[in-house]
Design a protein around this ligand. Structure first.
Ligand code: AR6
Length: 208
């Protein structure tokens, strides 16, 4: 089905459908991309085969931003589960671009997929690292029969990735690697990022 949305049309469609405040796009005949504003620690969809993605660091024992909020909402068992993830080298449980999974404990989501995006100013191939983080998170979801996945804007906080460039990588990668995932959600904390993501989804997904 050929659907073409301008940004204005997307936002209008969004406000027309805004019962639940979620903008929806077809990624494929069997997968949806859903974009909403909000706090990812409160994301609740299915209860059995769902995961939120944590934008963590390589040590994978918590931090600030969404990582801190996710650890607070999950409770201390999450940190214990993270300690149990083996180090691949001293101090590194999850290298940049890779992903690891734990239970969600007190979170509404049943699982947390921890991934590490690039530090924008330090990583010499930031787009590849960011794409790997999305791709490997989806792969880990698939390997664990998880069909509903919620992402924040990985690397767009402490790690300093420009929103527009991050949205291009995020949405293209998800479009390419969404097989077997029923719904990929973005739960975005700020108006700025939400608007950039909506616009990019209209261009990259809405008009396929
Ligand atoms: N729900 C959804 N999005 C959120 C939430 C939330 N509750 N809280 C923040 N965000 P960041 P990064 C947004 O900094 O850039 C940590 O210390 C935030 O506004 O959480 O990948 C880790 O331990 C931003 O748009 O992750 C690492 O050391 C986005 O989530 C480092 O930060 C990502 O911002 C990772 O940095």
């Amino acid at each position: 089905v050929k659907q073409t949305f301008s940004f204005r049309q997307v936002t209008r469609a969004y406000s027309n459908m805004s019962g639940d405040g979620v903008a929806q796009f077809n990624l494929s005949p069997t997968s949806f991309l859903k974009i909403q504003k909000g706090d990812i620690t409160r994301w609740l969809i299915d209860g059995s085969s769902d995961a939120i993605v944590n934008p963590a660091n390589e040590r994978m024992l918590g931090g600030g931003g969404a990582d801190g909020a996710i650890h607070r909402a999950a409770g201390p068992e999450l940190k214990t589960a993270c300690y149990d993830v083996p180090e691949v080298r001293p101090g590194v449980r999850c290298p940049t671009g890779e992903a690891r999974i734990t239970p969600g404990f007190k979170l509404p989501a049943s699982h947390v997929i921890h991934t590490v995006g690039p530090v924008y100013d330090v990583d010499s191939n930031a787009p590849a690292s960011l794409s790997n983080a999305y791709r490997n998170s989806l792969r880990v979801a698939r390997e664990n029969n998880i069909q509903y996945v919620a992402f924040p804007a990985i690397s767009c906080g402490v790690y300093g990735y420009p929103f527009d460039e991050a949205a291009t990588v995020a949405i293209s990668t998800i479009k390419e690697h969404c097989d077997a995932i029923k719904e990929v959600h973005f739960v975005l904390f700020s108006d700025d990022i939400y608007n950039v993501w909506l616009k990019k989804a209209g261009k990259r997904v809405g008009d396929f």
